[in-house]
Design a protein around this ligand. Structure first.
Ligand code: ASP
Length: 354
């Protein structure tokens, strides 16, 4: 017969040996890739509008939000430290490669990318098309620098880590978490230069919401993405040049021709209304299209589709209609499309499906 004390001792031993490692294993590993932006920005005082993006390194960023360590085991890597107005192909290719490497590691549950708000929608959409994983890849940012009164970065970061660690976030494409809202990469856009509530996903709506790490998911992503995307960066070291030109009253063809002369393989027109432009611009664009410059009609209007063959006959003119893609997203998709083909029917299909 075992004594009471022996049984108690065995129970305590069993608890210690099983709970210890299990407690450690319970937290998923999230890797934080820092690229810069206002979330890593600093000002001279906490009530000053002027500040510099990309001043704080990833270690300081992690140290500033110790609460995030309660939802995930965190590792940080510095990819760049720039304002996202300076985002460029070199950083994009490095970032996408690293995200794909990390996502393939069995011990990594999710990835958080800190970024500036100015071009976060472009980077998110680019990754949405070239990351080959269902694991959560979550971008976050802030509108106020880390030194500001009521800085929004710490809670955005905490929420982003919680979403990256959340199994229910998997398979929803690349996500962007800001101000308690979870956006899909294909739908979000920046709508205010300074307001904290700047990001919207017009027409299509949110993927979900998050309150202090607690998520509610409403929808899946819009458009093909990640593991269902045909695009890949395998063997790609450069991306083709695509320029965006905004339409306006009295527009002529000068900038269209200049962009083509500068080496653009594709052009996106941020058209008026339903992707319209002056007859002079249409003529210049159609001439460039005949020469092989792939021309996409998008819109400078915040919401709505640019439909094919509405006021302009895209079939005759050799244009692609951007459908729901705003000019900056259309440019990302067209650049990747041009790594595969210049066939207009196929490129129109990409705009339909992604
Ligand atoms: N210019 C900054 C950036 O995009 C703005 C921000 O992060 O909010 O890096």
């Amino acid at each position: 017969m075992l004594s009471r004390r022996t049984i108690l001792g065995m129970l305590v031993f069993a608890l210690v040996t099983s709970a210890g490692p299990r407690a450690q294993q319970a937290l998923p590993t999230v890797v934080v890739l820092a690229t810069g932006g206002t979330i890593a920005g600093a000002a001279g005082s906490d009530v000053q509008a002027a500040y510099k993006s990309g001043q704080v390194g990833v270690d300081q960023l992690l140290a500033a939000v110790p609460q995030a360590k309660k939802v995930a085991t965190l590792r940080g890597e510095q990819i760049s430290n720039i304002g996202s107005q300076d985002m460029n192909d070199e950083v994009w290719l490095k970032l996408a490669k690293r995200v794909n490497e990390l996502a393939a590691m069995p011990d990594v549950a999710g990835i958080v990318i800190t970024h500036g708000t100015d071009t976060i929608e472009e980077t998110a959409y680019f990754l949405n098309l070239v990351v080959k994983s269902r694991k959560p890849v979550v971008l976050t940012a802030s509108m106020r620098p880390s030194t500001a009164l009521s800085a929004d970065g710490p809670l955005n970061f905490f929420n982003a880590v919680a979403i990256a660690a959340n199994k229910d976030a998997a398979g929803r494409g690349v996500l962007v978490v800001l101000n308690d809202w979870i956006h899909g990469a294909s739908t979000l856009t920046k709508t205010s230069t300074t307001a904290v509530q700047t990001f919207l996903s017009p027409v299509r709506g949110l993927i979900g919401t998050v309150a202090y790490g607690e998520a509610e998911f409403y929808h899946g992503p819009v458009g093909r993405n990640t593991v269902n995307s045909e695009f890949s960066l395998d063997g790609i070291t450069t991306l083709p040049r695509v320029d965006i030109i905004m339409a306006h009253e009295n527009m002529d063809g000068a900038l269209i021709n200049a962009a083509a002369a500068a080496g653009a393989k594709g052009l996106v027109i941020a058209g008026v209304g339903n992707g319209n432009m002056t007859q002079a611009a249409v003529a210049a664009l159609a001439a460039q299209s005949k020469k092989g410059v792939v021309s996409v009609r998008s819109s400078r209007v915040l919401t709505g589709r640019v439909g094919r063959n509405v006021e302009l006959n895209d079939d005759e003119l050799g244009f692609v209609a951007s459908l729901e893609h705003n000019p900056q997203k259309a440019r990302v998709l067209l650049r990747l499309a041009l790594t595969k083909t210049t066939d207009l029917k196929q490129i129109q299909r990409y705009f339909d499906e992604y």
